[in-house]
Design a protein around this ligand. Structure first.
Ligand code: SF4
Length: 366
């Protein structure tokens, strides 16, 4: 894995998001002992301290040196919105006055102690996005910049403070295309899945891509395997191109081949994301084509209701997009299941707080 860029924002370096071997090398370079890196790393990710000055095990002079070189906080909480269904949406400020958001989604399944069985954090990987999917609020923000690995890790650490129980899953499905910020995303993943930090098991991390083929191939070849989700949203090249301009560059046929490569290398089942749009991708032919694709290897299909993005003043086809009716939605799921496909319905978690990606950051921009 290549080193992620460390000076995303000018000023002091972020100490979060630096893998242990790199931190050790940095400390040795400034004349410190190698084991100090381990102490700092444990303080950040095992003890989860906000301020390294409070870590008594570190000598005072070293703490002062750390304060001169690094900043501990990579993202600062601006707002938390609580939904009636338990979903929480966080708006985080970045050092350069930009904003990103994360969404904490509790599973509907409740344990005996009254808490949700799973608590999934949907993390952003870029400020805005330049892929221009026509159904997406984030797309209207354009691309501000890539997030650093520290900003990615810190979304998790800050959100954890607002959850009564440990977060159990991560999805890279917030603002941005994770494959277009590959090195930072995988450095953050290295920290999340580290045996020492025990933050999240690799099988509980999912990266969702709009279909960036080189990233899928690279991910399949990684030593640390995380799960892959692909935003499919259409079963033909023609409709996919209309919805997602990236499909012109990475054609459906080649995309499926790259997903098959991922499966052959990892033996991990793949998730297809499928937003259902009225009259566009919800026909019986779509059911059959989707089922045919899904049966090529172990997969599941997440069928997702469309969140309205009318507030972004879309034009052309984007302005005509409508959610499938509830009856059509149920019909589509039943037909897919009849075809033997493993189907899940992604609920409209946090609908009352606009939990679809990009909406909170966008309302702040305007
Ligand atoms: S759906 Fe994802 S990839 Fe497409 S524009 Fe939105 S953030 Fe980017």
């Amino acid at each position: 894995m290549a080193k992620a860029k460390r000076d995303v924002v000018p000023g002091k370096l972020e100490i979060k998001g630096i893998p242990l071997p790199e931190l050790e090398a940095m400390f040795i370079e400034v004349g410190e002992r190698k084991f100090r890196a381990q102490q700092v790393y444990d303080a950040l990710y095992i003890n989860r301290v906000d301020d390294l000055q409070s870590v008594q095990v570190l000598p005072l002079a070293f703490r002062e040196k750390l304060a001169e070189m690094f900043r501990t906080e990579s993202v600062t909480l601006n707002t938390v919105q609580d939904s009636e269904d338990g979903t929480k949406k966080f708006l985080f400020d970045l050092e350069d006055k930009r904003s990103v958001e994360s969404v904490l989604i509790p599973s509907e399944m409740i344990e005996e102690d009254g808490h949700a069985r799973r608590r999934t954090l949907c993390i952003s990987t870029q400020v805005g996005c330049n892929l221009g999917c026509i159904f997406c609020a984030t797309a209207t923000l354009k691309l501000g910049r890539n997030l650093s690995s520290g900003e990615i890790v810190d979304q998790f650490l800050q959100a954890q403070k607002h959850s009564p129980k440990p977060l159990t899953n991560i999805v890279f499905m917030g603002m941005g295309e994770p494959m277009n910020n590959y090195d930072a995303v995988f450095q953050a993943t290295q920290i999340f899945t580290d045996q020492r930090t025990k933050m999240i098991a690799p099988r509980r991390i999912t990266l969702s891509t709009a279909g960036v083929i080189p990233g899928i191939v690279r991910m399949a070849d990684e030593k640390q395997i995380i799960k892959l989700a692909v935003s499919l949203h259409a079963t033909t090249q023609e409709v996919r191109e209309q919805l997602m301009p990236i499909a012109k560059k990475y054609q459906l046929k080649d995309l499926i081949e790259s997903i098959e490569y991922y499966y052959r290398k990892t033996r991990k089942s793949v998730t297809y994301e499928y937003i259902l749009f009225n009259g566009l991708n919800d026909s019986l032919d779509d059911v059959r084509r989707l089922a045919k694709l899904a049966r090529r290897m172990p997969t599941k299909v997440n069928v997702i209701p469309f969140h309205d993005i009318g507030f972004t003043h879309p034009e052309g086809l984007a302005a005509e997009l409508q959610p499938a009716t509830p009856e059509k939605f149920q019909w589509f799921i039943k037909k897919l299941r009849d075809e033997g496909v493993k189907v899940f319905v992604r609920s409209s978690s946090g609908e009352d707080i606009d939990a679809a990606c990009g909406q909170l950051a966008l309302s702040r921009e305007n």
